[in-house]
Design a protein around this ligand. Structure first.
Ligand code: NAD
Length: 498
């Protein structure tokens, strides 16, 4: 394909030799079956690599390696300060290999290369560093017993953690799982999404180079129904940390019930509202945040602000501003410096997004911009930024996760109706409210049923705050010190001082 990209990204991509074998017990190995699957770049539809198709025997091998590493005590008994140094080195190696990781991520997922570098590779390193730094700064507890006893409440690692992640932010979400899990002293078996297996395979080697003992971090690539199911059902896995769709989240809860009752935390879908009240202070700022909130990562973001709810008194003015903001986005080659919207992950997801736009039309929505596939000649899977106007909040396009650059707009009359519509969804991941009145902001924020509520901004985030949702979005929180609880159990040690 032709491209305006700086030549070095294209040239570097041509030189890449991605690792495509499973990483188990400190080594790259073929799948037991010898089978592979093609991973394709949505940039132009070409095959990037033939990746090992792991299945039950490979999961079993990885779990046995992880169990041995845990039971030997080689990692959990390493003093926290030393674990910290190894994880800090891991973060440093991620930074040193940021370009290669970003390139793999950009090719595999279609992310604009600048974002893959800054956000995906950058946040992955930051997350590993952040959890490393907690290791010699967090303390356990002494319970308030009487003088005749001493009761210690200590955090213990769970054992073998299975991490199952989606394709939309592979490096970042992987780091949200593995960094706190490793910091607490667990062993990990990671199953990346079949659409985006490459960056995890490099990440595992960097962990090993940093000093993680063999078996502590394993990566088994493969399909959900085979590798993912085998991990979910494995009797010797103590915990599954899952991020993905609500439907598969429930499947994992079922696997746990059918097998060993392992702990399961699930971070699933979203349909996040942006609620713009009539007294919004800065329409342009709101419009820009609304556009970024839905078009970033081509709308393939769990907390994408996919539902615009606006007071009818300011609807026309706001929509004009959102249309202007939309016009500043450029769909294109992820290697092109001017690209702000890359391709959709693959043909299946492309059909889903285009299908939903059609459903919107049938449901009576007006397509006021975009609505079509674009750049077909590249062989890539690109969609125009799209706005569906006059959408009823109970329609499918307002209720179901489209996972593409498609915004729906719905009007309300007054704050109460705005809040009611915002909460009228099965999901509860994120929401925003736009108002210049601080009392209104707090009142509305309290009423919104979402794991994160932004006021006069959207998608502001940092590793220091928890991330997760209510309702069908799931249970559990990634990020912040609270995530350490998800990878540890409390132990009470009661000493008689009598
Ligand atoms: P998905 O549920 O299809 O897949 C997620 C993972 O589960 C993949 O690794 C996949 O291989 C595996 N899997 C799929 N079917 C399986 C099965 N039957 N048994 C075992 N494993 C199986 O999700 P996706 O399409 O990769 O990702 C998009 C979804 O992820 C969206 O719903 C999005 O909202 C959600 N998501 C949520 C968050 C969050 O933090 N809440 C973050 C990112 C993405």
């Amino acid at each position: 394909m032709t491209t305006n990209a700086p030549i070095d990204w294209v040239a570097r991509a041509a030189q890449l030799r991605p690792q495509a074998r499973l990483f188990i017990d400190g080594d790259y190995v073929d799948a037991a079956s010898g089978e592979t699957f093609a991973t394709v770049t949505p940039r132009d539809g070409s095959v990037l690599a033939h990746v090992a198709a792991g299945s039950a025997p490979d999961i079993d091998r990885a779990v046995r390696a992880a169990r041995r590493a845990f039971d030997d005590g080689v990692w959990p008994n390493t003093p926290p300060k030393q674990r910290k140094h190894i994880l800090l080195r891991f973060a440093e190696l991620v930074r040193e290999h940021a370009e290669e990781l970003a390139l793999l991520e950009s090719l595999d997922v279609g992310k604009p290369i600048g974002e893959a570098l800054r956000v995906d590779a950058g946040k992955c390193a930051e997350t590993i560093q952040w959890y490393a730094e907690t290791l010699d700064k967090t303390y356990d507890e002494i319970a308030p017993t009487g003088p005749g006893a001493l009761a210690l409440v200590t955090r213990e690692p769970l054992g073998v953690v299975g991490a199952v992640v989606p394709w939309n932010y592979p490096l970042m979400i992987t780091s949200w799982k593995i960094a706190p899990a490793l910091a607490m002293g667990n062993s990990v078996v990671l199953k990346p999404a079949e659409q985006s297996p490459l960056s995890a395979l490099l990440l595992a080697r960097l962990g090993s180079e940093a000093g993680l003992p063999d078996g502590v971090l394993n990566v088994v690539t493969g399909f959900g129904e085979t590798a993912g199911a085998a991990l979910g059902r494995h009797p010797d896995v103590d915990k599954i940390a899952f991020t993905g769709s609500t439907q598969v989240a429930r499947t994992f809860l079922g696997y746990a019930a059918e097998s060993n009752g392992k702990q399961v935390s699930v971070e699933a879908g979203g349909k996040s509202p942006q609620v713009v009240l009539s007294d919004v202070a800065d329409l342009e700022a709101a419009a820009s945040a609304i556009a970024w909130g839905i078009y970033y990562n081509a709308g393939q973001t769990c907390n994408a602000g996919s539902r615009l709810l606006v007071d009818e008194s300011i609807k026309d003015a706001l929509l004009d501003a959102v249309l202007k903001a939309t016009a500043t986005f450029t769909v294109g080659d992820p290697f092109d410096a001017g690209t702000t919207i890359g391709p959709i992950i693959d043909g299946t997801q492309l059909d889903r997004v285009l299908g939903y736009i059609e459903v919107g039309r049938e449901e009576g929505a007006e397509v006021i911009c975009g609505g079509r596939r674009t750049l077909v000649e590249t062989g890539g899977t690109y969609v125009e930024p799209t706005i569906l106007d006059r959408v009823g909040n109970d329609t499918r396009v307002a209720q179901e996760e489209i996972f593409g650059p498609v915004l729906t707009t719905t009007t309300f009359r007054g704050e109460d109706e705005g809040v009611r519509l915002a909460n009228a969804t099965r999901y509860g991941l994120a929401a925003s409210v736009w108002t210049q009145d601080v009392t209104t902001a707090h009142r509305v924020a309290r009423q919104l049923r979402a794991g994160t509520v932004w006021v006069n901004t959207f998608d502001a985030s940092d590793i220091i705050t928890p991330f997760g949702g209510f309702k069908d979005t799931g249970a559990g929180r990634d990020k912040s010190l609270h995530a350490l609880d998800a990878y540890s159990a409390l132990k009470t040690t009661w000493l008689d001082l009598g």
